[in-house]
Design a protein around this ligand. Sequence first.
Ligand code: LCS
Length: 392
Amino acid sequence: MEKEKSFATRCVHAGEGHNPFGAHATPIYQTSTYVFESAEQAAAAFSGGPGYRYIRSPPNTPTHAAFIEKICSLEGGPAGLAFSSGMAAETALVLSLLQKGDHLLTTDVIYGGTYGLFSSLLPKFGIEVDFVDTTDLERVKAGLQKNTRLVFLESPANPTMAVSDIGEIGKITHEAGALLAVDNTFATPYFQRPLAFGVDAVVESCTKYIGGHGDLLGGVAVGSEELISTMRRTALLAGGTMGTHEAWLCLRGCKTLHLRMERHAENALHLAKFLEGHAAVEKVNYPGLFSHPQHALAGRQMSGWSGMLSFEVRGGVEAGRRLMNRLKLCSLAVSLGSVDTLVEHPASMTHAVMPREMRERNGITDGLVRVSVGIEDKEDILADFAQGLAEI
Ligand code: LCS
């Protein structure tokens, strides 16, 4: 579908409509393999020709192809690939671009699973990894080495919402001869399109806002045809392909992405302001607040603040635990980006794998509570936190 259509129209229409029998909704092509009309046709398909071959082999199925066309249209990239999880997308990215002796420079506030992949798996393959504060451009410059092949950012970052300057880091990275990848899970293409800043690859966990309803596991990578074709070879060999039903759920999720993200962001700002004014709250991390250290930068590179925030309760970990145990409407759970509000404790849950010293240095304190603000009525969410925080 042509790019000129507005984002909302592309959410609904991009990738759709290539259906036989006039099916209105894209069908779920629940098949593992494909039948060829001749041995010659099969040989051509397996020697790099177009078409479907086998479900692990991109383009996987027509359902996957429809989802990839839609997400590429939303992220503004020419090519994409769907994975069984966000972690599978990241793994395929690093296995495609890095080899023994290479260096990966990444950010020091990052999802715990990504931290684990980079800090414990990659060094096994002779890949050096450094975590730096990427909100500071000087540290990024200082962190680049002769053998740096990839810089990997998460912005806004999980769970402190730290925002890194994607455009500037892209320039610095490219001058050093490396590539830049951005994890766009928190902002989604609705609020941030890293490829427009010259980034080489976007990866995203579809488990979150893309699926949007907390009922699937998936991931995606979008980038240049050259980069994605390298990843296709890795994905074919390493596996980690998105399931067909998940591709269909992601395709459907994208159709309401623009509506959901607006409400997530409206509710998150409302809750962030309430928490910032609450006597029991020490500090709120939300890019939409003037108190956020990169508020101005976030305003330049994002078109909205998205639905994630974190905050420190006065009284530290014990007060945080009391709050989480008292919440009634909001659920205590990891993951994020679902229609309902989820609350979790990064230090003991999503980021427990990170050494305490690194967590403390980067603001992932024991008292930090993370909220994935849902699309319920904002006053109901606020009332739940008000009762949870009362006399804490
Ligand atoms: N990137 C970010 C920013 C994430 O937050 C996550 C998962 C991933 C990648 C990995 O995606 P997955 O493989 O789970 O699809 N974040 C989680 C979180 O904060 N709580 O539970 C999972």
